[in-house]
Design a protein around this ligand. Structure first.
Ligand SMILES: [Zn+2]
Length: 79
């Protein structure tokens, strides 16, 4: 439950704002972000989720800066 701890490799990806197939939630703020978000949380406060829905189900809210739900919903054909 509650996502998983971030590894060295994953933290590097997060810190460099590179794209990744997972979402990170910050337990201190109650917000879940997609990779590339300018937020720089403390590593020990971060949990990773493979699915945005899982984080939302845990009570996290989608970040207003990176809008993880928007990018997930619009991937694929929109025409
Ligand atoms: Zn964010």
């Amino acid at each position: 439950m509650a996502g998983r701890a971030v590894t060295e490799a994953e933290w590097a990806v997060l810190a460099e704002r590179r794209p990744a197939p997972w979402f990170f939630a910050v337990v201190t703020t109650g917000v879940v972000c997609c990779c590339g978000c300018p937020a720089r949380p403390l590593r020990r406060n971060v949990r990773l989720y493979d699915r945005l829905e899982a984080a939302l189900a845990e009570g996290f809210r989608a970040c207003k800066r990176c809008k993880p739900g928007i990018t997930a919903a619009t991937s694929g054909s929109s025409r």
